[in-house]
Ligand binder design. Structure first.
Ligand code: ATP
Length: 922
C-alpha cells in the first residue's frame, strides 16, 4: 500500500497515514515510495519532503503540524503564507542525494526510421549543450558566420557528402527556431518563467535524466520534445545567469512531474568533434541536479518535434531504397520504365480518366502507372493538381500488374495455376513497384461485401469489394501543412474516388495528426478510435482502457485504411511503428513547399513509389535561419530534382483564371506553356469598366512606413484607395459583397492588419463576411472571383524587400478567377525585372491607371465613363445584372449580409491557414 502512495496521495493523506508511511518505511521491503507516474523511485523521506514543497507550491496547501491537524490551508490559513517559489527551501542537513547511475538499459540500435538511436542521441547532445545566452547574442550580432557551411547542390556523390551539406544547415535552422522561440501568443498569455523542484536525477548514456516536480498548470502546457531552459536564476535585466542548460521533455509524468533529458558533460561546439568542451555553467547546473529538492527556474522555449523528425528523415537517406536516386537526382539507378511490368487500369476506370482528365493530367497518371519510383508532377495555379491526385488515387487503388489484369476485373487463374501465398507474393514483388515486404492483405483476401465502415459525412457509398480483387495498395498522402492536407481530405470526402467499374465511392481513409479542420473530423484518427471503442464490449475488462488497447485500435485503423492522410512532420510519428502494413505509395502534395529533410520523413515507411506534386514557381518552405536560407536550405527536393534535369510531368491547362489574367504569369513564369481551359473568357458584369478587371495595375504614389519594432511594412494610402475601390465595385455589383467572392491580399502582415481594421471601421463588424483579407502566404492554394493585391512598398531607393520574390508575386496574381487588381508604386517596383514586366504588360493592354490624390476623384462618374469598355454582352444583360448597375447609389448601405453568399471556399479563416501563414515581415 505504501509503495503505491503517490505524492498527491501523500499530500492529501490524513496525518495518521503519513505516520504509518514513516513507520512502515523502516521495513526494508517497503522503503520505496513512487511518484504516480512510477518512473523514478525515490526514498520515502524525499517523497514527503517533495510533497511538502508541492503543498506549498500549490495553492491548496496543507499543514502537516500534528497540533494543527491536517486540514487544508484554505480552511485553516497560516498567518503568514509562504511561497517557496520566491525563497528556496531549506536544504536537508545531508545536502540531498547523489545522482544515481542507472544500469545501462539495452536500447534498440536503430529506430523504425532506420536511423540508429545514436544518431538522435548526437542531435540531442549537440542541441542540449548549446548556450541559450550566446545563441540569442549571436543572432543579434548581425551577420552570422557561415563557417563550415556548404551550399545545397543539385547532386551528391555520397551519403557523407549529402549529410555534410544538410546537417550543418539543419542545425542553423534549429538555432534560429530556438532564438525565435516562444510565440507571441505565449508571451501575451504570460507563460513565463516557472519554478520546479528537482525530484530525482539519474545518469544514462551520457545524459542526465531529471525528474522535475512542477505545478500542474505548467505540466499541462508542455509536450514531449519541447525544449525547456533550466536556470538557477531568471534571465532578467542586470542578472548574469551562472548555471543554466537546455532540457528536452521526454515525458509528462503523473500529476506532478515532467521527465527531462539534459546533457551537461560540456558544450559541443564543432559538429564534427563529438568530445564536449567542459564549461562552468553546465558544471554548476549538474551539481544542482545532483541535489534533490533544489529549485530551478524553467522557461519553455519551443517544440523540437518537427525538426527532430526532419533530422531523422535526413539521416534515413542512407537506408532508403531510393538512396542513389535521391543523391544523384537521376532516374538512372531506379530501373527506368518497363512497360511490360507496368500497372494497368481496368477499362471502365481508364475510360473515366481519359474523359475527365486532360492530356497533361493523364500523362501524369500514366507516369505513375509505369515502373518509375519517383514521379514529379508540376501543377501551375489552377491546373488541377488535386483533380490529378484524385485520378491517381483511383488508378493506384484499382490497378493490377499488366500481366494479371483481364477486362472488367482481375483474374489470376486465366494466367496459370493458382499460386500459393509465397508464390503470389514473389510474383507481385516482381511485377509491382508498389508492393512491400510484408503485406497482410495478401494473406487475407477480401470477400464480397462492404469494405467501408468509416463515416464520411456525405451521400457517397462505401466501397464494395469484389472477391476478384487480389491486392490493393496502401497509400500515404502527405502535405506540409494541416490546411493543405485538409483541402485534399475534404476533396476526397466530397467527390470520392472511382473503383475499377467506374463507380464513385468513399474509400476508407484516416486523417492523422493534430489540428484537423472540423469538416474532416469524421475521418480523424481520434474520432475513429472513439467510434471503435464505443462498439467494443467492455464487460470483460471491467471497462478499463489501457494504453495498449488504444495502440492496437490505432494500428488496426492505419492498417485497414486504404489511404492515410498526414502532414509530412506527423508521418514521422511513432504511431506508425506498430503498423503491420507498410505503405506502397506515398503522394506528397505541395511538395515544393517543404524543405528536403521534411520530404524524406514519409519515405521511411518502406514505400516503393513516390509522387511529388507541387510547383516550385510558387511559395517555397519557410526557413527561419537567414544563413540556412541563403545557402539553399529552403530548396525543396522537387526543385533540386528539377534543377538537376529530372523529368517533370507538367500540368498545362489552367481552369481558374480569365485568359487576360493568365497570359502574364504564363509568359513570365511558365515559358508560355500554360493554356486556358474552356469557358474561362466569359465576361463578368464588372468587366464593363476597364478599371474593374480582368487585369489592372493602379499606380498609387503613397507613403510606406514600418511599425516600430517590426520588420513589417504598411502603406496607408494603399489602404485608403483599396477601400474605395472595393466600395465602388460592391456598390455596383452587390454579388461581390461576400468574402467568398472578394479577397484583399498583401505580402505584409501589418498591412493585412491595417486593412482589416480599416474595413471594420468603414463597413462595421460584419466586414469579415463581405471581404477576405489575408497575407499572400496564407492564400496559396485558394482562389476568389476578385483579388485586390496591395504591394505596399513605395520608396525612392526602390527597395521592395520580399515583394521581389517572384514566387510570392506569382501566387499573388494567380488567385483571381475574373479580376486581379494590383495596387502599388510603379516607380518603386520597376527596378525589379518581373514587376517591371507586369507594369509594362498593363500599359500595353491599356490597364495601367495612375491614381493621384484625392483618390475619390478617380471614381467620379465622368472619369468612370471614360473607362467604360462596352455594353455588357447579351448573356449578361439579365435583370439582375442591370439592376446591380442601376442600383449604384452612393451611400447605399454596403453591408447587406443577406447577400453574403455561401462561404464554402472560406475554408480556414479561423484556424489552420492563419497558423500556417508564413508571410509577414521582410
Ligand atoms: N481536366 C479538367 N477538366 C475540367 N476542369 C478541371 C479539370 N481539372 C481540374 N479542373 C477544375 O479546375 C479547378 C482547379 O482544380 P484543382 O483544385 O484540382 O486545382 P489545383 O491545381 O489543386 O489548384 P491550386 O492551384 O489552387 O492548388 C477545379 O474547379 C477543377 O474542377
Amino acid at each position: 500500500m505504501i509503495n503505491a502512495l503517490t505524492t498527491t496521495q501523500v499530500i492529501e493523506a490524513p496525518f495518521h497515514q503519513i505516520f504509518v508511511c514513516g513507520f512502515a518505511s523502516e521495513l526494508p521491503h517497503v522503503r520505496w515510495g513512487y511518484f504516480r507516474n512510477g518512473l523514478r523511485p525515490i526514498t520515502w523521506p524525499i517523497t514527503i519532503s517533495i510533497a511538502l514543497s508541492l503543498c506549498l507550491l500549490s495553492s491548496r496547501s496543507f499543514s502537516f503540524f500534528p497540533e494543527r491537524g491536517c486540514l487544508p490551508l484554505q480552511r485553516r490559513r497560516l498567518t503568514k503564507p509562504q511561497n517557496p517559489l520566491l525563497s528556496p527551501p531549506r536544504r536537508r542537513p545531508n545536502g540531498g542525494g547523489q545522482i544515481r547511475r542507472r544500469r545501462r538499459r539495452r536500447r534498440p540500435s536503430s529506430s523504425s526510421s532506420g536511423v540508429p538511436a545514436s544518431t538522435m542521441d548526437r542531435f540531442h547532445k549537440i542541441v542540449l549543450s548549446w548556450d541559450y545566452f550566446r545563441l540569442v547574442a549571436d543572432s543579434k550580432g548581425g551577420q552570422q558566420q557561415a563557417k563550415g557551411l556548404g551550399r545545397v547542390k543539385n547532386t551528391y556523390a555520397s551519403v557523407a557528402e549529402y549529410l555534410a551539406v544538410f546537417e550543418p544547415l539543419l542545425f542553423e535552422e534549429v538555432k534560429a527556431q530556438i532564438v525565435q522561440g516562444r510565440s507571441d501568443e505565449e508571451e501575451e498569455a504570460g507563460q513565463d518563467w516557472q519554478k520546479g523542484i528537482v525530484a530525482s536525477c539519474t545518469e544514462s548514456e551520457g545524459f542526465h535524466k531529471v525528474s522535475m516536480a512542477v505545478l500542474d498548470d505548467f505540466r499541462e502546457m508542455v509536450s514531449e520534445n519541447d525544449l525547456l531552459l533550466l536556470s538557477k536564476e531568471k534571465f532578467e535585466e542586470g542578472v548574469t545567469p551562472s548555471a543554466y542548460a537546455f532540457a528536452l521533455v521526454e515525458q509528462r509524468g503523473g500529476r506532478e512531474t515532467i521527465s527531462l533529458r539534459t546533457f551537461v558533460a560540456g558544450e559541443i561546439k564543432n559538429l564534427n568533434v563529438a568530445k564536449p568542451v567542459s564549461c562552468s555553467r553546465l558544471q554548476r547546473i549538474a551539481s544542482i541536479f545532483s541535489t534533490t529538492e533544489s529549485f530551478l527556474w524553467i522557461l519553455k522555449i519551443c517544440s523540437l518535434s518537427t525538426i527532430m523528425r526532419e533530422f531523422s528523415g535526413m539521416h534515413s537517406v542512407a537506408s532508403l531504397p531510393f538512396k542513389d536516386l535521391i543523391l544523384s537526382a537521376s532516374e538512372k539507378n531506379s530501373g527506368g520504365n518497363d512497360q511490360n511490368r507496368a500497372w494497368n487500369v481496368p477499362e471502365p476506370l481508364m475510360d473515366y480518366l481519359k474523359t475527365n482528365l486532360n492530356d497533361s493530367q493523364l500523362d501524369a497518371v500514366n507516369a505513375g502507372l509505369s515502373r518509375r519510383s519517383f514521379v514529379l508532377i508540376q501543377g501551375p495555379p489552377g491546373t488541377g493538381k488535386t483533380q490529378t491526385i484524385l485520378g491517381l488515387l483511383s488508378a493506384v487503388l484499382h490497378s493490377a500488374p499488366a500481366r494479371m489484369q483481364t477486362k472488367g476485373g482481375f483474374d489470376v487463374k486465366k494466367h496459370g495455376p493458382e499460386l500459393d501465398i509465397e508464390g503470389k507474393h514473389a510474383h507481385w514483388m516482381k511485377a509491382s513497384p508498389w508492393l512491400i515486404g510484408v503485406n497482410p492483405r495478401d494473406l487475407i483476401m477480401p470477400v464480397d461485401g462492404d469494405d467501408g465502415f468509416y463515416p464520411t459525412g456525405n451521400e457517397l457509398k462505401p466501397e464494395v469489394v469484389s472477391s476478384n480483387r487480389k491486392y490493393r495498395a496502401h497509400v500515404l498522402v502527405c502535405a506540409p501543412s494541416n490546411s493543405a492536407l485538409d483541402e485534399i481530405v475534404l476533396r476526397v470526402l466530397q467527390i470520392g474516388i472511382r473503383d475499377e467499374n467506374n463507380n464513385t465511392y468513399n474509400p476508407k481513409i484516416v486523417r492523422i495528426g493534430l489540428k484537423a479542420h472540423h469538416s474532416v473530423k469524421a475521418v480523424s484518427m481520434d474520432y475513429l478510435i472513439q467510434q471503435k471503442l464505443s462498439g467494443v464490449d467492455r464487460s470483460s475488462d471491467g471497462g478499463r482502457r489501457g494504453a495498449g488497447e488504444y495502440d492496437r485500435i490505432r494500428s488496426s485503423i492505419l492498417d485497414e485504411a486504404a489511404i492515410v492522410f498526414s502532414t509530412l512532420s506527423f508521418s514521422g510519428s511513432s504511431i506508425f511503428s506498430r503498423m503491420a502494413r507498410a505503405f506502397d505509395v506515398v503522394i506528397i502534395d505541395e511538395a515544393a513547399q517543404a524543405v528536403e529533410p521534411a520530404t524524406l520523413i514519409p519515405l521511411i515507411h518502406g514505400c516503393k513509389q513516390v509522387f511529388l506534386v507541387g510547383d516550385p514557381v510558387q511559395l517555397p518552405a519557410t526557413v527561419i535561419s537567414s544563413t540556412a536560407q541563403k545557402l539553399g536550405y529552403g530548396t525543396s527536393l522537387f526543385k533540386r530534382f528539377q534543377a538537376a534535369g529530372f523529368p517533370v510531368q507538367m500540368l498545362k491547362i489552367q481552369y481558374r483564371m480569365h485568359p487576360e489574367i493568365s497570359i502574364f504569369p504564363s509568359k513570365e513564369f511558365y515559358e508560355g506553356v500554360l493554356e486556358d481551359g474552356e469557358g474561362l473568357s466569359k465576361k463578368r458584369p464588372w468587366h464593363s469598366y476597364s478599371c474593374f478587371g480582368p487585369f489592372c495595375f493602379f499606380d498609387v504614389d503613397g507613403t510606406e512606413s514600418q511599425p516600430s519594432g517590426s520588420g513589417s511594412w504598411v502603406n496607408e494610402d494603399e489602404v485608403e484607395f483599396i477601400t474605395l475601390l472595393y466600395h465602388q465595385m460592391a456598390m455596383r455589383y452587390p454579388e461581390l459583397k461576400s468574402s467568398s467572392q472578394v479577397a484583399v491580399i498583401s505580402p505584409y502582415r501589418h498591412q493585412v492588419k491595417l486593412l482589416k481594421d480599416h474595413f471594420r471601421s468603414t463597413f462595421g463588424d460584419q466586414s469579415k463576411e463581405v471581404i477576405d483579407v489575408n497575407t499572400v502566404d496564407g492564400f496559396q492554394g485558394r482562389e476568389k472571383e476578385v483579388v485586390i493585391f496591395s504591394c505596399v512598398r513605395c520608396n525612392k531607393e526602390q527597395k521592395i524587400g520580399f515583394v521581389s520574390d517572384f514566387r510570392r508575386m506569382n501566387v499573388a496574381i494567380t488567385r483571381a478567377r475574373s479580376a486581379v487588381l494590383v495596387v502599388g508604386s510603379a516607380s518603386t517596383l520597376k527596378e525589379d525585372k518581373h514587376w517591371n514586366n507586369l507594369v509594362e504588360s498593363a500599359k500595353e493592354r491599356g490597364r495601367y491607371f495612375q491614381v493621384p490624390k484625392p483618390f475619390t476623384a478617380f471614381f467620379v462618374d465622368d472619369k468612370l465613363k471614360t473607362m467604360k469598355v462596352e455594353r455588357a454582352p447579351p448573356e449578361l444583360r439579365t435583370v439582375q445584372a442591370l439592376e446591380a448597375i442601376n442600383e449604384a447609389v452612393v451611400g447605399q448601405e454596403l453591408m447587406d449580409v443577406d447577400d453574403a453568399g455561401d462561404q464554402e471556399d472560406e475554408g480556414y479563416d479561423d484556424d489552420p491557414v492563419e497558423a500556417d501563414d508564413g508571410g509577414g515581415d521582410d
